[in-house]
Ligand binder design. Structure first.
Ligand SMILES: NS(=O)(=O)c1c(F)c(F)c(S(=O)(=O)CCO)c(N[C@H]2CCCc3ccccc32)c1F
Ligand SMILES: [Zn+2]
Length: 263
């Protein structure tokens, strides 16, 4: 489809011209405000299967012009939701070297340095991502808020290859590693709401799970992610830095945000 960006004439305020859902309801991300929250004792801890990948497996690390993404094997899945949700890919949203705040979801208006999304599709009902992406029960995304702090060895497992995908459409193979190590310790404390893809086509097809606890990466790791990539092609004379790739919080309307924990 048309090229969309995060800023300028193709920026988020213009997305709905080519992608009508982007101007519709049930949009993501949102600001997770305390007064919106409702404790739900029926929310079960997230249970994931086969996230611990062997180094003998190869993952594709790629720059798709909008984010850095890692393709995931279909044996990885979430087993604690009403349907099996099979992993497709994970990617990130971040700020820039001058602005270490680039998360999409915010908590009481606090924006974190970055955010990771692990995208899954309902494989009980749909054969692949393409068939699931526009269905109301199609997708489940796990969101992890990221702060600058302690060095994170799990992130290094792919960050050490990032200079191989500096330009759009570049891909490298990286050895598998334990994707669970990218998630926070507690998978039983999270926010849950019905929302959408945060990029065009913005389909309202995502069951969002945002973990309560953030993870940390070091300042150098953040700068590696926020300054290494370009959304332009390698041979282009004027490279376009890939950063600030986050959508602003959207209207919550009458949606309720469920929480699995009490203060
Ligand atoms: N924040 S978000 O809503 O989770 C989110 C992104 F922000 C994001 F940039 C991507 S993208 O990297 O594919 C670039 C633009 O679609 C995705 N891709 C999903 C949805 C689109 C189709 C598809 C097909 C296979 C695998 C993943 C995906 C995305 F879901
Ligand atoms: Zn995302």
């Amino acid at each position: 489809g048309a090229t969309w960006t995060y800023n300028g004439p193709e920026g988020e305020h213009h997305w709905s011209k080519h992608y009508p859902y982007c101007g519709g309801a049930f949009q993501s991300p949102i600001d997770i405000k305390s007064e919106l929250l409702r404790f739900d004792p029926t929310l079960r801890p997230i249970e994931i299967q086969n996230y611990n990948l062997s180094p003998n497996e190869q993952l594709t690390l790629g720059n798709n012009g909008h984010s850095v993404q890692i393709s995931l094997p279909s044996k990885m899945h979430i087993s604690s939701l009403p349907h099996r949700y099979t992993a497709a890919q994970l990617h990130f949203h971040w700020g820039s070297s001058g602005r270490p705040s680039g998360s999409e979801h915010t908590v009481n208006s606090k924006q974190y340095a970055a955010e990771m999304h692990v995208v899954h599709f309902n494989s009980d009902k749909y054969p692949n991502m393409s068939m699931a992406v526009d269905k109301s029960d199609g997708l489940a995304v796990l969101g992890v808020l990221i702060e600058v702090g302690e060095f994170n060895p799990a992130f290094e497992q792919f960050l050490r290859f990032i200079n191989g995908i500096k330009y759009i459409d570049q891909r490298v193979q990286v050895p598998g590693f334990n994707i669970r190590a990218l998630l926070p310790a507690r998978l039983d404390e999270f926010y849950r709401y019905d929302g959408s893809l945060t990029t065009p086509p913005c389909y309202p097809s995502v069951l969002w799970t945002i973990f309560r606890n953030h993870v940390t990466i070091s300042r150098k790791q953040f700068l590696d992610m926020a300054t290494a990539l370009y959304s332009s092609h390698a041979q282009e004379s004027s490279p376009v830095p890939l950063n600030e790739n986050f959508r602003k919080p959207q209207l919550v309307d009458s949606r309720v945000v469920l929480v699995s924990f009490k203060e």
